[in-house]
Write a protein that binds this ligand. Sequence first.
Ligand code: FAD
Length: 321
Amino acid sequence: MSGLEVDVAIVGAGPGGLYAATYVGLRGLRPLVLDTLPAPGGQITALYPEKRIHDVAGFRAVRGRELVERCAEQAEAAGAELRLATRVETLDRSSSGFTLATEHQEQVRCRAVIIAAGLGTFTPRRLPDAQRFEGRGVCYVIRDPEALRDQDLVIVGGGDAAVDWALELEDVARSVTLVHRRDRFRAHEGRVEDLLSSSVEVLTDAEVVHLHGDTHLVAAEVLDKRTGTHHKVPASRLYAALGFTANLGPVADWGIGLDGRAMPVDRCMRTDVPGVFAAGDITTYEGKLQLISASFGEAVVAANHAANHVDPGLRVFPGYR
Ligand SMILES: Cc1cc2nc3c(=O)[nH]c(=O)nc-3n(C[C@H](O)[C@H](O)[C@H](O)COP(=O)(O)OP(=O)(O)OC[C@H]3O[C@@H](n4cnc5c(N)ncnc54)[C@H](O)[C@@H]3O)c2cc1C
């Protein structure tokens, strides 16, 4: 088994993990970030790389992949090493610190750990009976908006991803129809107002009940749940933004206290295991918000307390540079 020694190991290269690595590096310590996925960015890269993000400070709007590129570049500039396509399987404590074992039989020894494992692994929720059209018109992640140019696009869902993409693609696709099974959206109110005054056809209290096409999707059959009537909507492409199921994976077996799938932390982002901190979507505390900007803030707190844990001579407050 090969080995590696660093100051702080960070599990997860989503926005929280990348920013924690930046701050650990800025404190003069050696951070290593490990992630199961082959590219950094966590949920952003896996689920919405092309979506514009409107609620990260400093940007009026930024594409997911651009934000990730900048976070990864910043972490590497601060001295962080990224090990991608590397799942961390176990975490063991010893008197001198921690040992993480990866799926590649590698051992990482470190003095402190920051768990930024988000929701673990995530799988998009499938649209019932849509399997035969996957890759033939139906998709669960939009990777190339240009591929939707001049297409008749149906978007299914009522969350931020559905609303943001409907607005973004309004001027790209030939037509955009948004189908949502409820009459209320789970999206930023301002964006919903924009949607309702846009050219997007919004069908609420409605469900896609059948897909039509031979070798490729051509139409979606929509049920209006208020009237019980069915009608066909032209659909050369359908993007199903139905959320995803998450599985915490190995992290759940590391002996760190959990509340459901989340890790309770104190105000210093400490878990119940001394030397193990957490940041990002995996954490829980009163008032918790699962947002990128919240992950950034938690990462700063976790990284600075981890630095002080590794070297008590380092003050928690980093000062200004
Ligand atoms: C469709 C969608 C749209 C969104 N839009 C917005 C938005 O507009 N604005 C906003 O603020 N937030 C948005 N979010 C939420 C935002 O993406 C999350 O809050 C953010 O990604 C959390 O970052 P994180 O670093 O905590 O975790 P994640 O991004 O989940 O990253 C965690 C990483 O940990 C890795 N990992 C887990 N277990 C292991 C292991 N054992 N070994 C190695 N690696 C492991 C995973 O592979 C993953 O890459 C959206 C989420 C979704 C799903």
